[in-house]
Design a protein. Structure first.
Length: 272
């Protein structure tokens, strides 16, 4: 049964910051609700107040500029990312990860920011953001903090966000435009499903970045490998950085095997 809570829908950023300062950990923010409502229904979260971000002025859409790069806001949905011509042309890795997240219907509600704040080890957007050097901009009444995504995730469903903060923007550097990259996600079924493992590879400025989901308590980034690294050395570097477990979806050994397989395939693809 859905717990009862107060629903609030601020219209401006200052109103939102006031509410966060007042309610802190007693509040939960609502973007698409595709994670939040499931957890409230399951009794995992029992917020006193749910604060809807969708009516806040200036919180929608995505933009690009040479200084800020590609910017996602609190209600930018996964489908908006996928439908953006610049993303499809210049950020193919981002499009590949977005395409593998859930179904069309879920992607219409689900936001990029909700996906990373949920901080599931199997997040599909995290590997692209890690590989492309994205920054999270966290805001509260006391100001703004900027952190790279490798410092944002701190455990299963845990991030560095403080109760009075919200994730206001994700910025992907303009310099990451044109980076060659792709994503492979292993699922139990052909349709939409959470990942058994996900591997992203980006070839950026003579260096290789590899990110893996569902292979440790947080999504993992192995960055700055030499672009010409031997394939098996790259596989080994990724194996050292990850610590997959056995669970209801598959065994640890199968995960290890498939991570290696995907790293090999993706390296071949981005180097072609
Ligand atoms: C059927 C189904 C299939 C799914 N398949 C996948 C999949 O294949 N891959 C995958 O990665 N995920 C999947 N998900 C999970 C989910 O859809 C995604 O994580 C989604 O991107 C979450 O976005 P949202 O906008 O719905 O977040 P919400 O549910 O609105 O919020 C998620 C969390 O983030 C917090 N939050 C939201 N916005 C902010 C903000 N700006 N600042 C601070 N905190 C914030 C909320 O309080 C909440 O704790 C699936 C979910 C469902 C229901």
């Amino acid at each position: 049964m859905l717990q009862s809570f107060r629903y609030m829908a601020p219209r401006t950023r200052p109103e939102l910051l006031d509410l966060l300062a007042e309610y802190g950990s007693r509040a939960k923010l609502l973007a698409g609700g595709t994670d939040l409502l499931v957890t409230i229904r399951a009794g995992v979260h029992k917020p006193e107040v749910v604060i809807d971000l969708k009516k806040v002025e200036g919180f929608s859409g995505l933009s690009w500029s040479q200084t800020d790069g590609l910017v996602f806001r609190p209600t930018t949905t996964i489908n908006e990312v996928l439908q953006d011509a610049r993303v499809r042309k210049d950020y193919p890795l981002l499009a590949a990860c977005a395409h593998d997240l859930a179904s069309y219907q879920v992607r219409n509600r689900a936001t990029v920011i909700g996906n990373v704040v949920n901080a599931s080890p199997c997040s599909d957007m995290a590997p692209a953001l890690l590989c492309l050097g994205a920054t999270a901009v966290l805001s509260s009444k006391s100001g703004e903090r900027r952190v790279l995504f490798q410092d944002f995730f701190i455990g299963v469903k845990r991030t560095i966000l403080r109760p009075e903060e919200f994730l206001e923007r994700i910025e992907i550097p303009a310099a990451s435009a044109g980076v060659k990259g792709d994503y492979r996600k292993l699922k139990r079924i052909q349709g939409h499903d959470l990942g058994i493992v996900g591997v992203a590879v980006a070839l950026k400025g003579g260096k290789l970045n590899i990110a893996v989901s569902s292979a440790a308590p947080t999504p993992v980034l192995v960055q700055g490998l030499d672009a010409g690294i031997a394939v098996e050395a790259a596989v080994e570097a990724v194996a050292k950085a990850t610590s997959p477990i056995s669970d209801v979806r598959c065994t640890k050994e199968y995960r290890e095997f498939m991570i290696g397989t995907y790293v090999r395939r993706l390296l071949q693809e981005v180097r072609a």
